[in-house]
Each structure stands twice: as structure tokens, then as C-alpha cells.
Design a protein around this ligand. Sequence first.
Ligand code: PLP
Length: 397
Amino acid sequence: MKINGNYANIQQSYLFSTVAAKVKQYSQEHPQADIIKLGIGDVTLPLCSAVCDAMHAAVDEMGVQETFKGYGPEQGYGFLKEALVSYYAGKGVTLMPDEIFISDGAKSDLGNILDLFDRDNTVLVPDPVYPVYVDTNIMDGRRIIFADANESNGFLPMPDKDTDADIIYICSPNNPTGAVYNKQQLKAWVDYALARQALILFDAAYEAFISGDLPTSIYQIEGAQECAIEFCSFSKTAGFTGTRCGYTVVPAGLERGGMKLNKMWLRRQTTKFNGVPYIVQKGAAAVFSPEGQKQIRQNIAYYKNNAQVIARTMRELGIWFTGGENSPYIWLKCPGGMKSWDFFDYLLEKANVVGTPGSGFGKNGECFFRLTAFGDAGRTLEATERIKKLIKNDFRG
Ligand code: PLP
């Protein structure tokens, strides 16, 4: 018997456990400290009433013989896929229901999609980035190369014609940097992928935070249906981090190596997955009702207001940052050239504010720091007041 030796190559992730351990130790040593956490990437507002009402009604259906449901379609119920078809139509994107696959979240699909690809492919991943892209490919033993995101490109790396990539990850709005690609920039990636017959894996988990003219789907870019799979989620859009529901779009015309990726993914899902609970899918569909849209938009506006409060503080302090505008993340350059973990300790000890060290997201994250807008509005404001006072005193005095 041989185990998958690639697991030995995955770096242990100490990021959030180290953050938690440091905060715990500090709290034990300073029990009076009023610590504000702007580190987590989880939502805090509850599910909206439109979603809860739909789920309650679905529970009642499940308790009655006539409306009880057992196994559902592995790729999702028609009512939710139709709701998504309309949602995409609103973005100017035409999809067929069979191109949409409902799942228990973007993280699972981002990992599972790799079942479709040979291990011989070279994978291009931005640095810094959501760690799941890297770790899932290491588990399979694929070669990973990095696209450098940094201050000079605004943390939005562009394709380099000399880079030999087969699978390309793009996350926009980005976690952790909050940076968002515009249409022209995404077009350059689509053109690069088409020219190479490469495949883009586009993570749109934060698309609902975009306002204005920026693309919210890769399929708003001409040619993307021939070279991209899109992953999205109800987690950050509608507070489903604990409820679990997401979706993946695999265009019907997308082919590689003479195989239709849509058919392969259907086969993969019907073989290895038994679908998302009916109750959860009913809740997700309610997100697209007029009432649901109004309510989730209010929640997103609440988070975006927090992001604005943090962004304003950074501007006032003259600190370079990305994000905060169309994203729940603010990615800032640590003042005075401080390293990420040094700035973490400094903020924790001097302002009792917790964030996430950028170095935990890749080597280019060193000397950067992530703050999130998912907290309470009053506490976020209080945290920014403390940061302002501290930095003005120590760096701008
Ligand atoms: N993609 C990105 C960029 C994320 O930041 C996250 C969660 O933080 C996910 C995907 C996971 O989404 P889900 O909760 O749907 O698994």
C-alpha cells in the first residue's frame, strides 16, 4: 500500500492558529484588554429573513408526505439554477441551467475540479493568494509557478507571454488584497489563456461586493466561455459560511483534449457528490427574490461601510493600501517598513486590535497586513480610532 506522498510537501498552515494563540496569550496576560478582531474572513451578520422564511417553509415541506424529498439532482435543483440564470442575465451573461452546478461551497469545488486535470499541467497562482489553490495542487503533485502581485502592479499581476501556464487561478475581488481586475485586464488574461489553450479558474466569491463598472463574472469578457470555469458562493454574498452553498459554472462549449469539461464535471459530481440539501437550496434561491436581494444588499452595504471606514483611516494616515472599495478586505503596507508579524504584535499590544499578517498568504505578502470589514460597525470604528492615534503618534508625529 502506498499513500499519497504529496501530502508531505504541503506546508503546515500556522497562520490562523498562530494568530489565535498570540491573542489568547495576550488576553491571559492582560485580562482587562478590550481586544477588537479585524482578522477573520467570516461573516457576522445573521441570515436575512427572506432566506430564513424560505428554509422554514422547506422544512415544513420535508415533514409532509406529499412534498417530502429524498435524494435531489446531484448538480442542483432547477429552481436554483433558473434563479442563477436570471442573475447572470442581469450581468449580461447568457447561461443555460445545465452549465451551472450547485455545491456545498466554492472551497470544495475549487479542490474537486482538479479531478478533471492531468497532474502534468503547470499551474499559475498569484502570490499572495487564498491558500487553497496552492495546497490542493500540491496534494496532487502539480508544478506550481507564481504570478507576483506587489505594490508596483497594484497586486493585480498581468500575464507574461513567456510564462508557460496550463491552469491559471484568478481571484477578483481578491482575498487577501481586495484588488479587483477591470475588464481590460481580465481580457488580457482571457486572450493569454485562449492563445495557449490554457484554462482559467476564476474565483468570484466576492463578486457581490463590486459596484460600478468592474466585471463581476469572467463571462462578461469575450472569449471566456471558451477558456474559463467560474466558482462562486453564497458565503460572503448572503452569509452562508455556515449554511454552505455555492456554485460552479462550466460552459457547455468548453473543451480541452477533445473532451467537454461540462460533461466531465457532471460525471464527477454525479459519481462523487449527492447534492446540497433541498432546504439549503430553497434558502439560496430566496437570495434572488426581490426581498432577498434587498436584504442581502443591506448586509453587504453594512460591511462595505466598515471597509470605507478603514480605508479612510489609511488614507488619512498616508498608508498605502489596496481593497476597501469593492471588497471586504483592506490590504495595507505596514508603516515604517515593519514586517507583517511585527506589525501584528505591535497592533495587538499597542491598540488591542487583531488583523492578519500578509506573509501568511505568500512571500509577497511580507510587510503587508489584512484587515477585514466583517465586524461590528461600532467596533470597527473604535479600532480605526485606536490605529489612527497609535500610528500618528509613532510614525507621523
Ligand atoms: N474563495 C475565496 C477567495 C475565499 O476567500 C473563500 C472563503 O474565505 C472561499 C473561496 C470559500 O468559499 P465557500 O465558503 O463557499 O467554501
